[in-house]
Design a protein around this ligand. Structure first.
Ligand SMILES: Cc1ncc(COP(=O)(O)O)c(C=O)c1O
Length: 502
């Protein structure tokens, strides 16, 4: 018999090590903390839809009650427990609000699950682009007026989907966006995957939640910023602009037919904790993070994104729990800082960009963990080499997207006859694959888009910087599938014949 690769053993060894997580899940493996202390061994409560325990796909009893209770806490008309992550909520929201082949207005910095929703429903997309915060090479917020311009020029749009906060904690003016979208009698979907804690943290100083700001469908990854198991998420819906029945049909398509009771109980446990003890903890957490930010405020090379940009670049508010450490003024790249933190200090970050590193902090973080992060950054900063001159405009491209559509939808481009070319030789071709750095999983290029030379240069640069460029079938990201150029009518016929046979 072949040897067991040993995933469980590896996880258990890791748990015993001194590696500290500045990444999700939000419980930070603090199993002795009060949110986890009374949670039993998962084996002991892992059941299926037996008598007395309801059915998530036809909730009438305990699960219905539990979700109604959650809706009251979050102040929504209906709340769904999701066991397939926010991805499943985003897919449901898109399928439930836009007709097949219809048009959606989406922010270009959406997560790949939104693009998958577009693909599966063969939608056409109009993009609204986030502003750029040049100094950090980060995406800023969305300008409400840009959304209105698009709604005026494209009356066929059926729903609007925006991401707020971004992976980096930038919050857009959702209230203003909701007012505009509702003026056109459309639903506003907000991917607030990274903001599940907002509803419990307003008094402490965290941003106002999208639900409170008037959004119609709000999706939360409770596992990202709250103490809940990986994959657990919520979808909240407000009545008015959403066809509740249609949305409901899709949630049941995208959710597993065997939803885990461990996860569902984990969601309930998390919400209960957050609405009681956690609510008070949010203030203490906010103060701890402010303390971290103060300590890191005058490093000579590394720089913390403080959110001073509020009011500019579409930034309405900033979630201070996301700590973005910019390396732009230094000789280090984001990937190099990430590696130093891991190798020398045993601190695991959430992600790194070309010139920054992101640490996710939550109320479950220990003072000792935060202290270790401060010490490590101050030490690295003390002997860091500085860049002689500031970045040139070329580097600003790092978060810039170029909207060159080919006229093909994502679905058409993905399903078209295609051919494999070297990424370095793909300029001018129409992409048939997604290309993104994961995390954050925001496409640098989506199928159907023309691969501009600038985009190719960006992909090559990200690869050179050691960032995880993914999405293409070629795992080494050297080759990319592009839409095949059909030379003659004859070739078209051959292709179509082959397709019909398949
Ligand atoms: C902005 C955003 N939306 C949605 C998702 C998908 O969330 P989940 O992993 O819960 O499916 C992610 C995941 O990282 C994300 O960053």
């Amino acid at each position: 018999m072949s040897e067991v690769p040993g995933l469980l053993k590896k996880l258990m060894e890791y748990e015993k090590s001194d590696f500290y997580p500045f990444h999700m899940p939000g419980h930070k493996r603090q199993f002795k903390n009060s949110f986890a202390k009374s949670f039993p061994n998962p084996f002991s409560i892992d059941i299926t839809e037996i008598d007395g325990f309801d059915n998530l796909h036809h909730p009438e009893e305990i699960l219905k009650k539990s979700m109604e209770w959650a809706a009251k806490i979050y102040i929504s008309h209906k709340t769904y427990y999701l066991v397939n992550g926010s991805s499943c909520g985003i897919l449901s929201a898109i399928s439930g609000t836009v007709s097949r082949g219809g048009t959606i207005l989406m922010s270009r910095n959406c997560h790949k699950s939104a693009y998958h929703g577009v693909l599966l429903n063969d939608l056409k997309v109009k993009y609204v682009y986030p502003q750029l915060i040049g100094e950090f090479g980060l995406q800023g917020g969305l300008l409400p007026e840009k959304i209105e311009e698009l709604l005026i020029s494209h009356p066929q749009i059926e729903a609007v989907l925006v991401v707020s906060p971004t992976y980096d904690g930038v919050v857009s003016d959702i209230q203003a966006i909701a007012e505009i979208v509702h003026r056109y009698h459309l639903p506003l979907i907000v991917d607030e995957a990274h903001g599940a804690h907002f509803s419990f943290g307003k008094k402490a100083g965290f941003p106002v939640s999208a639900l409170e700001s008037g959004a119609d469908i709000v999706i939360h990854s409770v596992h990202k910023t709250l103490p809940s198991f990986t994959q657990t998420a919520l979808m909240h819906v407000r009545e008015g602009y959403v066809d509740m029945g249609k949305l409901d049909r899709y949630v049941h398509i995208y959710q597993s037919s065997s939803p885990s009771y461990v996860m569902m109980a984990g969601i309930e446990n998390c919400i209960q904790y957050m609405s009681e003890e956690g609510l008070k903890e949010m203030t203490a957490f906010y103060d701890r993070i402010k303390g971290v930010r103060r300590r890191l405020s005058d490093m000579k090379g590394l720089k913390i994104f403080t959110g001073q940009e509020k009011g500019e670049y579409g930034v309405y508010d900033v979630d201070c729990s996301k700590i973005i450490i910019s390396t732009k003024r230094t000789g280090l790249s984001g990937a190099e800082l990430d590696e130093r933190l891991r190798k020398e200090y045993h601190l695991e970050m959430e992600m790194c960009g070309p010139d920054y590193v992101t640490a996710i902090t939550t109320l479950a973080d220990t003072q000792e963990g935060l202290e270790r992060l401060c010490e490590a950054l101050l030490e690295i900063d003390s002997d860091i080499s500085l860049k002689e001159k500031n970045d040139n405009g070329e580097e600003l491209l790092s978060e810039e997207y170029i909207d060159i559509g080919s006229g093909m939808t994502i679905a058409q481009a993905m399903d078209s006859p295609r051919e494999k070319v070297l990424v370095s030789e793909s300029a001018g071709r129409i992409s048939a694959e997604f290309v993104y750095v994961y995390p954050p999983g925001i496409p640098i290029s989506a199928p159907g888009e023309v691969l501009e030379k600038k985009i190719i240069d960006l992909i090559m640069r990200y690869k050179k910087l050691g960032l995880p460029v993914q999405g293409m079938e070629d795992e080494k990201a050297e080759y990319l599938y592009v839409v095949k150029v059909i030379e003659s009518n004859n070739e078209w016929e051959m292709m179509n014949k082959r397709k019909t046979k398949q």
